[in-house]
Design a protein around this ligand. Sequence first.
Ligand SMILES: [Zn+2]
Ligand SMILES: [Zn+2]
Length: 247
Amino acid sequence: MKLNILASAGSYPGPGRVCSGYLLSSHDTQVLLDLGNGALSNLLKVIDPKLLSGVIISHAHLDHYADMIGLYHYFKFAHTPPHPVPLYGSSEFFDKFHHLIGIDEDMRSIFSETIITEGGFGKIDNLSIAFSQSNHPPETYISRVSDGKSTFCYSADGDESINLALASNEVDLFLCESTWSKKGSNHPAGLHLDARAAGEIAQRSRVKHLVITHIAYPQDRDEVRVIVSKYFKGRISLAEDLDSYIF
Ligand SMILES: [Zn+2]
Ligand SMILES: [Zn+2]
């Protein structure tokens, strides 16, 4: 599989970084994971959206779906896909998306919608996806993906949970958030991971390659790397917009 980092900023854009977007590819299958504010611009640098096999939106926070409005208008006015593009999301995401766009015949011809539920499964061409809920408000889904050869887990947003430990178990590439370098008094539990927690989860799950993302500006990225490396002994990368990894 190949992972393109489209957008790696946490919660809001940082200098030179935009919000949450990733492209996961296996052979001709190309699945978009999240599309936050600014991410569509980088998606267009990597792929023509008409080639997308499917889209998964992890949760209804704007830094993970704001540019779905732009993608809808690209499809509506620039290139209507020959078949509706599979779109997976929580019921809350679809409520908000429909409120922003409206439901009309264009919407039905552009996306075919599937509501994600706890423990649910998806299939997009040759990719199998297992969804489990993370420890983050609102309803948020971790994705564990396999193409039969390689395995991948995207933490989405969320604090520590049994579901995240299970979903990341022994994956080849673990794309994991660390919004903060160290949790402080203004960082409540049940929202996000810090660098120590991300490293500990990756170590316990025996993942091969840990890619840290969603680091919120102005967290010290060097400090994040140092802390993660204390707790995780495998390969570590910090996601940069437009980087890619093959695994
Ligand atoms: Zn976020
Ligand atoms: Zn969030």
